[in-house]
Design a protein around this ligand. Structure first.
Ligand SMILES: Cc1cc2nc3c(=O)[nH]c(=O)nc-3n(C[C@H](O)[C@H](O)[C@H](O)COP(=O)(O)OP(=O)(O)OC[C@H]3O[C@@H](n4cnc5c(N)ncnc54)[C@H](O)[C@@H]3O)c2cc1C
Length: 610
């Protein structure tokens, strides 16, 4: 038999056995289908949570616990998608297959990875399993031939036309939105676009003057660090002839077009000032300050915080900075170096922003020194920084790549990134050696897991070299260590050696505060305490409080790269839709989170909603 047929037959056999074990609710047989150190990641389809379970015993137990409620059925290879194939993931060769299935609530898809049975003789077993809810039955999105007909405005010539309807819809003159999205960058736009397709009335508010200003107002030289084909927004991919690395203003313009095309209700120049949640009415009372200074009180049932992981500038407490007589800016306030031609600048912080600002100042004719506070990972933007996206060059369409990306549990993603970091190190060795010789302090992340894990845990601590490292190596951009600074004085920094590092400008490229600070500011300390840390993993295997129910009913968070927002906005939207339909109860505490019931009973008796 040709290899592809053997692979397909093996996958079909496993899926059939899996289905039988679930239907028979046979834990012993089910467990035996998985290798001992296996992983099951569920995105809403079984558990209405995003969670990863490790080990054959726990996987079988977790799956079976939900079977009575969701009655999973119809597991089969999805013939419309990338066929099963042999791949290497995290250094392990496996058969990878995309499948589909149904539950009482919806339709799902998943990714299965089979590896040989350890004993050698038996059938292949599952190493990883991903199950994902793709749509809720009866509430599917309406693309292609199911598209809306627009009959209301196209047949009745006397009534309002499309624009009239859009204007009324966006004004919220006599109604409240069901969902208020705070922040209209890629996180807010993608969340609102998904909710719109699910017919959930959604309003975005952003304090910036124009859609896209979140990118437009960043420093002059900024282009995206990863390539266009991994950064598409849902429903509306970038044109195929666009450059590989998008300049910030092109992204900003696209955001404006996206909001318009996706018919998103978007209030610009509107600052969200916070508010409170009414437990009895299960809705918020919040205030938004409009451009003309007036305020509007809104009562949405849900708030989606899409204010960015790069939201509140982190301003380190350096008392002697008060002595400095020149200008101090946070990197978020820096836009262009032209005003600093022939002037001296210190840029404190050696992540992406620090390096890019230093390079921009240098290009504008300033005399710049980068001051390193902590060791930093440096990767050349090409090819090293693109290595993690190799999957998106393998051939499968974007939606299959996204599913495969989701199917890597945290532990395996980490193993994979340790390998990629080793590869990047070898590719970049000449640059890294030269930087080390100049005294630049390098690191490669916790356990050598590289920049992706730095991003997911701290939101920074790395630089994609687009030229600044070379300027440091050849001495065109100076380098100093923060630990060598004794204090800041009126003229600049006095070093431990007594030498003065003169400066007219100090840029603090010192990163951003976590979102929990913003929750405290907008909703009070008690709510911040209840919600807890946002982003990063802590002891768990999923990003904390991201894209899923939080301990505060009606409060949701979305943030991250273009790819993260494209992928997880869908599941955020489905959860909010499920809450709106009464299929899913907002999370109140851990006990509620674990509660499960029979869905049929739930539909008849909403009190039993999970
Ligand atoms: C310099 C830089 C370069 C980056 N390059 C890349 C890259 O190449 N590829 C990639 O995938 N990612 C990149 N990122 C990471 C990430 O994609 C960006 O940070 C992105 O902007 C995050 O989008 P967001 O929608 O989550 O948040 P943001 O873009 O930060 O948008 C948040 C929005 O919320 C609004 N807001 C905040 N508070 C309020 C309030 N109270 N009321 C009303 N509005 C409010 C803000 O005005 C802002 O428009 C980069 C980040 C930085 C800082």
């Amino acid at each position: 038999m040709p290899e592809t047929k053997t692979i397909t037959a093996g996958v079909e056999k496993w899926l059939a056995a899996f289905q039988d074990a679930l239907t028979a609710r046979d834990g012993g047989v089910l467990k035996n289908l998985f290798v001992l150190d296996s992983y099951w990641r569920d995105v809403l389809s079984f558990t209405w949570r995003i969670e990863t379970v490790t080990g054959a015993d726990a996987v079988a137990e977790g799956l079976l616990a939900n079977v009575p409620r969701i009655r999973p059925d119809g597991f089969e290879i999805d013939k419309r998608r990338t066929p099963p194939r042999r791949v290497t993931r995290a250094g392990v060769t496996a058969i990878e297959a995309i499948f589909r299935f149904e539950t009482a609530e919806g339709r799902g898809s998943g990714v299965l990875r089979l590896v040989p049975d350890a004993s050698g003789g038996g059938a292949p077993k599952a190493w990883t399993l991903l199950t994902v809810l793709e749509e809720i039955k009866g509430y599917e999105e309406r693309p292609g031939r199911w598209r809306p007909q627009g009959k209301v405005y196209s047949r009745d010539f006397r009534g309002p036309n499309w624009l009239d309807e859009r204007t009324v819809s966006a004004a919220y003159a006599e109604r409240d939105p069901a969902v208020l999205v705070v922040g209209g960058g890629q996180a807010g736009l993608t969340a609102a676009a998904r909710l719109g397709q699910l017919q959930v009335d959604t309003l975005i508010v952003d304090r910036e003057q124009r859609v896209g200003d979140n990118w437009r107002n960043r420093y002059h030289a900024l282009v995206l660090h990863n390539q266009t084909h991994v950064n598409h927004l849902p429903y509306m991919p970038f044109p195929p002839n666009w450059p590989a690395y998008l300049p910030k203003d092109k992204v900003a313009g696209w955001f404006e077009a996206y909001a318009e095309s996706m018919e998103l209700n978007y209030w610009t120049a509107s600052e969200f000032e916070g508010g409170s949640y009414d437990e009895d009415k299960q809705r918020w009372s919040v205030t938004v300050r409009r451009a003309d200074g007036t305020t509007r009180e809104l009562h949405p049932r849900h708030i989606v915080m899409a204010t960015g992981v790069s939201g509140i500038p982190n301003l380190p407490d350096i008392p002697s900075l008060r002595n400095f007589a020149g200008t101090i800016l946070h990197s978020s306030q820096y836009s262009h170096g032209s005003a600093w031609k022939s002037k001296k600048a210190l840029v404190i912080g050696s992540g992406n922003s620090g390096h890019d600002v230093a390079q921009d100042l240098h290009a504008s004719g300033a005399n710049v020194t980068l001051v390193q506070r902590r060791s930093t990972m440096v990767v050349n933007v090409e090819p090293s920084a693109q290595l993690p996206y190799a999957l998106y060059d393998e051939g499968p369409p974007l939606e299959d790549c996204d599913l495969i990306t989701m199917s890597m549990p945290l532990a395996l993603a980490k193993t994979s990134h340790i390998k990629l970091t080793e590869q990047a190190k070898q590719l970049d060795q000449p640059l890294l050696d030269s930087l080390a010789q100049r005294g630049f302090k390098l690191d490669f992340g916790d356990d050598g897991a590289g920049w992706q894990f730095k991003y997911l845990t701290r939101g920074g601590g790395y630089y994609f070299n687009v030229g600044c490292s070379d300027l440091i190596v050849n001495g065109e951009v100076g380098l100093a260590q923060f630990s060598d600074i004794a204090e800041f004085v009126a003229e600049g920094a006095r070093m431990q050696s007594g030498e003065i590092l003169a400066a007219d400008l100090i840029v603090l490229a010192t990163g951003y505060e976590g979102q929990e600070h913003l929750v405290g500011k907008l909703f009070g300390a008690e709510m911040a305490r209840r919600v807890g840390p946002i982003w990063g993993f802590g002891e768990g295997q999923e990003l904390r409080n991201m894209f899923m129910r939080t301990p505060q009913p009606g409060l949701w968070f979305i943030a991250g790269s273009f790819a993260q927002c494209r992928i997880y906005s869908k599941y955020l939207g489905l959860q909010i839709k499920a809450c709106e339909l009464g299929l899913l109860r907002e999370r109140r505490d851990a006990a509620d989170e674990r509660a499960t019931g029979d869905l049929a009973a739930v539909r008849e008796n909403p009190a039993q909603v999970p």
